[in-house]
Write a protein that binds this ligand. Structure first.
Ligand SMILES: [Zn+2]
Length: 186
């Protein structure tokens, strides 16, 4: 399954921070799905409050592509691709750690207040998303990133400034160790 075709790559590399790429919402997501719409955007991680605990720096944007579709059962769904290189905080030494974010996800659209279909016991089935007349894509992108991040990320043994079996005890020589202290929990 490859969604990273040349068409979407073109958008990832476009320096778009104004215009359509800065509009992080879909008007009528159901119509968007039926019309097989495509929306590309670049979102600043700084605008995602629930991610801040995990980040070691927020001066990063992620690129996303939303594609509207109907699934085999003609249900409206959105396919989401998100790519970026956020700096996460190492779970061991708290120093920044480059993380290659590349996720793909699908959500089925449902109207608010609608009951979930009872036959929806398929574990492969995408999550359902309640969507009104307007869908906040920033929130959706943030949700998907949160769900996709590993619970804990760590430097490789040997690259971690917290020792990690290398014999170093404090990482005193590591330029990141001071930063980790500054950024660490108060
Ligand atoms: Zn580390």
């Amino acid at each position: 399954m490859t969604h990273f075709d040349s068409e979407s790559r073109k958008y990832y590399h476009a320096p778009l921070m104004s215009g359509p790429a800065a509009v992080h919402r879909l008007e009528d997501p159901f119509a968007f799905a039926h019309a097989a719409g495509v929306h590309c955007g670049q979102a600043a991680l700084a605008a995602m409050p629930r991610l801040q605990d995990r980040l070691a720096g927020d001066a990063v944007t992620v690129a996303y592509v939303v594609r509207g579709k109907l699934d085999q059962r003609q249900r409206p769904l959105l396919e989401l691709e998100i790519t970026g290189n956020p700096s996460l905080r190492c779970g061991r030494c708290l120093a920044p750690l480059d993380f290659a974010l590349q996720l793909q996800s699908r959500v089925l659209l449902m109207h608010p207040g609608t009951a979930l279909p009872e036959d929806d016991a398929d574990p492969e089935s995408p999550e359902w998303l309640e969507a009104g007349q307007e869908l906040d894509l920033l929130e959706l992108v943030e949700d998907e990133i949160l769900l996709s991040l590993p619970l804990s990320v760590r430097h490789d043994e040997g690259n971690c400034s917290d020792g990690g079996g290398t014999g170093r005890t404090s990482g005193r020589d590591n330029p990141f160790s001071k930063l980790a202290t500054l950024l660490g929990p108060k």
